[in-house]
Unconditional design. Structure first.
Length: 138
């Protein structure tokens, strides 16, 4: 019985150690667009106003078997609090369609993480408000 408890404990430990999620994010490995990063940014600026766009990608491995690749888009927008939720949702739909139309190797990406940020700095204090939305690309 003592050996069985030890066996059960070791089996449970091995199971929980192998069940983990690893997320890697690399801003230097930017995805490629048909119109280039600057062209993609210009296409989005025609649709809505933002100050800066940051592009990156992430890879998430779950339980060592499944893998999720995603695209991170972060938009710096002034006065984010004045923009309605319905307008934010329409922006995300536009962004998703532009990504689908312009992203090279689209089949390699599963999701798009869209973040809208507003940053306010007063002296040493930096306050960031953000809205994050995850959309499936397929």
């Amino acid at each position: 019985m003592k050996n069985f408890k030890l066996f059960l404990f070791l089996t449970a430990c091995l199971f929980f150690l192998n069940c983990h999620t690893v997320t890697e994010s690399k801003s230097s490995s930017n995805p490629d667009f048909k119109v280039g990063k600057a062209g993609f940014e210009k296409r989005l600026k025609r649709q809505f106003d933002f100050d800066k766009l940051s592009i990156g990608f992430y890879t998430t491995k779950k339980n060592g078997s499944s893998k999720e690749n995603g695209l991170n888009l972060t938009f710096k927008i002034n006065n984010l609090e004045t923009i309605s939720d319905s307008l934010i949702n329409s922006y995300t739909d536009v962004i998703k369609e532009e990504v689908k139309a312009n992203l090279l190797h689209l089949k390699d990406y599963n999701y798009i993480n869209i973040t809208f940020e507003n940053e306010l700095t007063k002296g040493n204090l930096r306050k960031v408000n953000s809205i994050k939305i995850k959309k499936q690309l397929s």
